[in-house]
Design a protein around this ligand. Structure first.
Ligand SMILES: CC(=O)Nc1cc[nH]c(=O)n1
Length: 107
């Protein structure tokens, strides 16, 4: 079964250009499994823009975010921490979902 995930529209171009290869989510979106293909749409208007394959789902604390995570998000580390604090205020239990954009049959 195909599951859905949404991203804020400001992340769309980075995902399509494969500059953003992780997403950091709360526990409500930590159930995805490696190998699972997700249908990706924009959070604001629901417009579909690609499929992604989940590579891994790894717990991480806000303070444990690193420059590597930031690079995978195409941000600086301070930008990334601020973005996550804005999206999930007061939350420390987070999950890194690593993915790659699907090509070919899923494009
Ligand atoms: C819609 C939404 O929650 N989008 C998010 C949240 C965290 N990271 C991300 O890349 N996108």
């Amino acid at each position: 079964m195909l599951h859905d995930i949404t991203f804020f529209s400001r992340f769309e171009q980075d995902i399509l250009a494969e500059r953003k290869t992780i997403t950091i989510r709360d526990a409500s979106e930590s159930h995805f499994q490696p190998g699972e293909v997700l249908r990706v749409s924009r959070y604001e208007d629901g417009v579909f823009f690609c499929f992604i394959e989940v590579l891994s789902v790894t717990p991480v604390a806000l303070d444990a975010l690193t420059e590597t995570h930031a690079r995978q998000e195409n941000m600086t580390l301070s930008e990334l921490k601020q973005v996550i604090k804005d999206i999930y205020p007061g939350l420390d239990e987070l999950f890194v979902i690593a993915f790659h954009k699907c090509r070919g049959e899923f494009q």
